[in-house]
Design a protein around this ligand. Structure first.
Ligand SMILES: [Ca+2]
Length: 164
């Protein structure tokens, strides 16, 4: 033990441990983004295959864990994260969005076309234990559509609740 305490390996381990605990304690992760920053009307879908939705209009992105080029959220530290997404679509085509963790479905939200009021909103939320590097993304479900305009009714948010 005595020899180990004064070995380079011990000091490396000590430094490494402090580095990890320091970064985990200080981790601050929170993002919110809407699907489009433009006031113009945009439709996504319907497509035969699911596509990743890129929420390009960042409102908050503390820690830069959400990538507005790819639509991927990458967990910077192990912890419990809360995600919420709100989906809006009007008119005559059903809407639906699914949340994936490392490519696998976790939860989804969908809605059939409006009847009389011509507006539909749906949402879902989930708290997940993520390892460092785990990825979360939202995809438009196959054969569904999503619509956006200047009112920013499609949003995606994620927050680190606490590290583990
Ligand atoms: Ca409906």
């Amino acid at each position: 033990l005595f020899l180990f305490l004064f070995s380079p390996h011990f000091f490396f381990s000590l430094a490494h441990f402090h580095l990890i605990s320091f970064s985990a304690e200080r981790a601050k992760v929170a993002f919110s983004a809407s699907l489009s920053s433009s006031a113009g009307v945009k439709y996504f879908g319907p497509y035969a295959e699911a596509i990743t939705l890129v929420y390009e209009n960042v409102l908050t992105n503390i820690g830069n864990a959400y990538d507005t080029n790819t639509g991927d959220f990458t967990a910077p530290v192990k912890g419990v994260y809360f995600f919420n997404f709100v989906v809006f679509n009007p008119y005559d085509i059903s809407t639906g969005v699914k949340l994936l963790k490392n490519g696998n479905l976790v939860v989804a939200a969908s809605d059939n076309p409006p009847g009389q009021d011509t507006e539909d909103t749906t949402c879902n939320s989930v708290s997940l234990i993520l390892e460092q590097g785990d990825q979360i993304r939202l995809q438009l479900i196959e054969n569904r559509r999503i619509y956006t305009d200047g009112l920013r009714r499609n949003t995606f948010s994620g927050h680190l609740l606490f590290t583990m």
